[in-house]
Design a protein around this ligand. Structure first.
Ligand SMILES: CCCCCCC/C=C/C(=O)SCCNC(=O)CCNC(=O)[C@H](O)C(C)(C)COP(=O)(O)OP(=O)(O)OC[C@H]1O[C@@H](n2cnc3c(N)ncnc32)[C@H](O)[C@@H]1OP(=O)(O)O
Ligand SMILES: Cc1cc2nc3c(=O)[nH]c(=O)nc-3n(C[C@H](O)[C@H](O)[C@H](O)COP(=O)(O)OP(=O)(O)OC[C@H]3O[C@@H](n4cnc5c(N)ncnc54)[C@H](O)[C@@H]3O)c2cc1C
Length: 663
């Protein structure tokens, strides 16, 4: 029956004001209004329909996304949307497309690495979509090792040009989004060569296609790299390959904020560190953290609503069976993920502030906080994407068999999300960047007091000696106890690694040998920051009936779940006793009971539309079974009772005359 809310009873149990929680989740009343408006705009526009996507072939998928992207751009202009609104519009359209690269990478690369003159020329062209650009860094042979890229940019003094060339097969640019069929320009990362000397990898603005007829320019070979994991998700995007055969570009198309090449061929370094050439990656990693909370919130919304509808076992005297959401095992798998979505949300808000601060500093050539911001963005990127990818898969399993149906929304979400663990810095490689920062910080403790996110390491000598004072399960509700446990474990792991590094012949050899331990120490460090960010968020004013209390429960769930998951670390580093670890787990069970009545209201607070969720299991009204049936009937195989191929391939088998020996 239409109009019935099958989750009404669940919603009535909420102990907090959902509307205010929506604002807390969005970040501010203004942010909530923008998201809400853009979500509804997309949900109510038939052009953005996406339920038929799984049935489309590759070419149709790609064209369908081009059509949606063109419509979105028209809306941006017709409705005079701000950049922020346009970003949310893209988000809710929910289809990887060339515009992701245009806005998340091409424009930021121009803005961050271009000179004032270059920005003046190129940024307006990009922002009005008169040119469409991508970020062409990765090659067939190298992705993580940026300094190992092989594409060359050789300066030709005579013509005042750079010659962009792909000298080997492995130097082919490979992966850039939009490159295969759409983009007219790219920031191509290449080794700069002047008079036979190498000057490291730099970014160059290269025009790829004619602005008249869209054909590739002479000397440039472009193509698609082929189908990717999952069907209807990343295959909407034309990730591409590019080869350059001595393609000439004017000298002023090298991005010259970090270093310049004069027309005489002199290489000049600005007063800025070369790492600024990596600034675009910092910017996108920060966005990826924010996207992690969105993707995880989507998965847990589906799994929580479905778990309230789904019933198995426990019926007595013909009464209703137990909602699977009431099983402690279901809660212990699901509620930490709900809590993680909130933790990542607040961590990303904080990271945004940190990034905004560093951006302002970079503009006035203050590079002092760049290493810390790089470590934070790299570490958070790794922590949040790994947990989100695992979380989406866990949500699929939490939905039992139906979770495996495309109509559950979870397989496509997983396929769409999982490359985030690889792109923009492979997750382990990113943790090793955090490790470099940690090793430096710990090694320097005698000379320099660490600040910001590493400040707790300044108390390392104390943290390696102190023991946990928790005596009861209730003691684990104290944020000071929680935070100290995380700091002590992280400090002990980092200090332990540094002590063992000293036993090796060289730091490089030690770093390579201990890299697994270093990656674990880095994760522990990042968890300190995420937990402390959540705790600090709760120290702020949070209006609304019961909102702060509900968030406090989630904060404790997040922290104690991590403590339970990594109790091996906490015990091995000697800060906790097994009894204290067990008390934490007791408290965790109590906390799950506190989350239970609020479960549906918490996921309602994400304010996700049914369009965005695209999940029969996660429908707002909980009308799962009739809609599952309806969705199944729409499968093309159900167009007729007798499918194509039955007469040709099945009936002959059924009608075969068997020899008696085979009977
Ligand atoms: C939200 C929308 C999504 C849009 C779709 C996304 C589509 C995907 C796009 C992409 O994937 S684009 C390609 C992204 N590629 C990568 O992320 C490559 C990963 N590799 C690297 O980032 C680096 O090369 C490295 C692994 C971090 C460093 O390797 P290496 O040790 O060789 O570095 P060096 O060049 O020698 O520099 C080391 C020095 O620099 C510091 N550093 C490294 N990165 C940064 C940075 N981003 N910002 C600031 N500083 C950085 C590093 O810590 C070292 O410092 P020191 O220890 O020497 O002080
Ligand atoms: C969907 C998608 C979209 C992308 N879009 C773009 C784009 O628009 N533009 C672009 O330029 N690129 C893009 N990329 C490429 C992406 O940035 C790279 O794939 C990524 O940086 C990882 O590099 P890699 O493929 O070389 O992995 P590798 O580095 O080859 O990783 C393979 C394995 O080696 C390990 N490893 C590597 N180095 C080390 C080390 N030092 N220590 C220990 N272990 C190590 C890794 O942990 C991993 O397990 C995209 C990739 C994907 C999947």
């Amino acid at each position: 029956m239409e109009g019935v809310d099958y989750l009404r009873d669940e919603r009535s149990k909420a102990q907090f004001d959902v509307e205010t929680m929506k604002v807390a989740w969005a970040g501010s009343p203004e942010a909530f209004l923008v998201c809400d408006r853009m979500a509804k705009l997309v949900a109510n526009d038939p052009v953005f329909e996406k339920f038929s996507k799984p049935m489309l072939g590759r070419k149709e998928l790609f064209k369908n996304t081009l059509r949606k992207t063109a419509h979105a751009w028209k809306l941006v202009n017709d409705l005079h949307l701000t950049e922020e609104e346009a970003k949310w519009l893209r988000h809710y359209i929910d289809e990887p497309s060339y515009t992701d690269l245009q806005w998340e990478m091409f424009v930021p690369a121009l803005e961050g690495q271009g000179t004032e003159e270059q920005k003046k020329k190129w940024v307006p062209l990009a922002k009005t979509m008169q040119i469409i650009g991508t970020y062409a860094q990765t090659e067939l042979g190298h992705g993580s090792n940026v300094q190992g890229l092989e594409t060359t940019a050789t300066f030709d003094r005579q013509s005042d040009e750079f010659v962009i060339h792909s000298p080997t097969l492995t130097s082919s640019k490979w992966w850039p989004g939009g490159l295969a069929k759409v983009t007219t320009h790219a920031i191509v990362y290449a080794r700069l060569i002047i008079d036979g000397h190498f000057y490291g990898v730099h970014g160059f603005i290269v025009q790829l296609r004619s602005l008249e007829d869209h054909s590739p320019l002479p000397g440039i070979t472009l193509g698609d790299i082929g189908m990717k994991f999952g069907h209807g998700t990343y295959n909407t995007m034309d990730n591409g390959v590019a080869r350059f055969d001595r393609v000439r570009i004017p000298r002023d198309q090298m991005l010259m904020r970090v270093s310049q090449v004069t027309k005489e061929g002199k290489y000049m370094k600005s007063n800025v560190p070369r790492q600024l050439g990596y600034a675009t990656m910092v910017s996108v990693r920060q966005t990826i953290v924010s996207d992690a909370s969105k993707a995880l919130s989507r998965a847990v919304c589906i799994a929580t609503r479905y778990s309230a509808i789904r019933r198995q076992f426990g019926s007595r005297d013909g009464g209703p069976e137990t909602q699977v959401l009431d099983y402690k095992t279901q809660q212990s798998r699901l509620f930490p993920l709900v809590a993680s979505a909130f933790a990542f949300r607040f961590a990303s808000d904080w990271l945004k502030l940190l990034y905004t601060d560093v951006k302002q500093r970079l503009e006035v050539n203050d590079f002092s906080t760049l290493p810390e911001v790089h470590a934070c963005t790299a570490g958070f990127k790794s922590l949040t994407t790994a947990a989100t990818a695992e979380g989406i898969e866990e949500c699929r399993k939490l939905c039992g068999g139906h979770g495996y149906l495309i109509s559950s929304g979870l397989p496509e979400l997983f396929a769409f999300y999982v490359p985030a663990c690889t792109y923009e810095g492979e997750n382990v490689v990113m943790l090793l960047q955090v490790a470099r920062f940690l090793v430096k910080t710990v090694s320097d403790l005698g000379n320099k007091q660490p600040v910001g996110t590493a400040a707790y390491l300044g108390r390392a000598s104390l943290l390696v000696q102190k023991n946990c004072v928790v005596q009861t399960a209730e003691d684990w509700l104290n944020p000071i106890a929680i935070l100290e446990a995380f700091e002590a474990r992280a400090a002990r792991m980092a200090v332990g690694c540094c002590q063992r590094l000293a036993e090796f012949k060289s730091p490089e050899e030690g770093f390579a040998e201990l890299s697994s331990d270093l990656a674990e120490a880095s994760l522990a460090h990042c968890q300190v920051i995420v937990v402390s960010t959540f705790i600090r968020r709760l120290q702020q004013d949070i209006p609304g009936r019961g909102v702060k209390q509900a968030l406090e429960v989630l904060c404790n769930v997040y922290a104690l779940f991590l403590l339970h998951k990594h109790q091996g670390d906490f015990l091995a580093t000697g800060y906790l006793t097994p009894k204290q670890a067990s008390l934490a787990n007791d408290q965790l069970r109590t906390l799950y009971s506190k989350v239970r009545p609020n479960a549906i209201a918490l996921v309602d607070s994400f304010n996700h539309t049914d369009h965005y969720l695209s999940s029969v299991l996660g429908r707002y009204d909980g009308n799962v079974y009739p809609k599952l049936y309806e969705a199944a009937l729409k499968d093309p195989l159900n167009d007729s009772d007798i499918a194509d191929g039955i007469h040709q391939y099945v009936q002959p088998i059924l009608k075969q005359k068997l020899h008696s020996s085979k009977l």
